[in-house]
Design a protein around this ligand. Structure first.
Ligand code: BG6
Ligand code: MG
Length: 213
């Protein structure tokens, strides 16, 4: 077995928070008179909150000061956190839980590597903290994906060298970050990958079979 650790992205891989991000950003886009649709939303996957705001504001005819941008990002996050309160353990499927359990039983170390500053809050809502040996999130990094920082830090927390880790990602920015970290990547879902991931899987539930059977 080539890998000793697996580093999972959170949003879009272990659970789906997409609809909440979408809803919360929609109001920001309205305030900025910027168009907002699924195509813009796709570009926000894996990138930090402030970078996401900048992407939305590309379509705005208005200009905002740094202080206004910070206020907009804060308000978006308050709306998002309010929506996240709807999440329950049922938002992490039995299939995902079974996959994590099987990988742990195969003596693999598991980590979360997420750009989100809300990652721990979400994992707590899902009652999923205990699956992981390490959680590295947006509160612990200064550069978001496609920078490799979050994955390198997660590998360090697991005590593993980069090449012993496999990243699991749903976003092109995450695939790029894994490559920059010197890690293989399993791409899940239907993203338009800029280059072929080591494994292309429909979702996380297919991972144990791909690695262990
Ligand atoms: C990533 C999401 O996991 O976290 C992005 O894919 C999001 O869409 C980013 O912008 C930052 O999230 P948060 O919760 O810190 O605003
Ligand atoms: Mg993601």
């Amino acid at each position: 077995m080539k890998y000793k650790g697996i580093i999972f992205d959170l949003d879009g891989v272990l659970c789906s928070t997409d609809r909440f991000h979408y809803q919360a950003w929609q109001q920001t886009a309205r305030e900025a008179q910027a168009p907002f649709d699924e195509t813009v939303n796709q570009r926000l996957r894996g990138v930090s909150r402030m970078e996401s705001l900048e992407i939305i504001l590309e379509g705005s005819p208005l200009t905002f000061t740094q202080a206004e941008k910070e206020r907009m990002a804060e308000e978006k996050n308050a709306r998002y956190r309010q929506l996240l309160r709807q999440m329950t353990p049922a938002d992490m499927t039995d299939g995902v839980r079974a996959a994590l359990t099987r990988l742990r039983e195969a003596s693999l170390k598991l980590a979360v590597g997420s750009s989100s500053k809300n990652a721990r809050f979400i994992l707590e809502r899902l009652e999923a903290v205990s699956y992981f040996d390490a959680i590295c999130d947006g509160t612990q990094i200064t550069r978001s994906k496609p920078d490799p920082e979050v994955f390198l830090k997660a590998a360090g927390m697991l005590g593993l060298p980069a090449q012993a880790c496999l990243v699991v990602e749903d976003a092109p920015a995450g695939l790029e970050a894994a490559r920059a970290a010197g890690m293989d990547c399993a791409g899940v879902g239907g993203a338009d990958w800029p280059f072929a991931p080591a494994y292309a899987l429909p979702d996380v539930t297919a991972l144990p079979a791909a690695l262990l059977d």
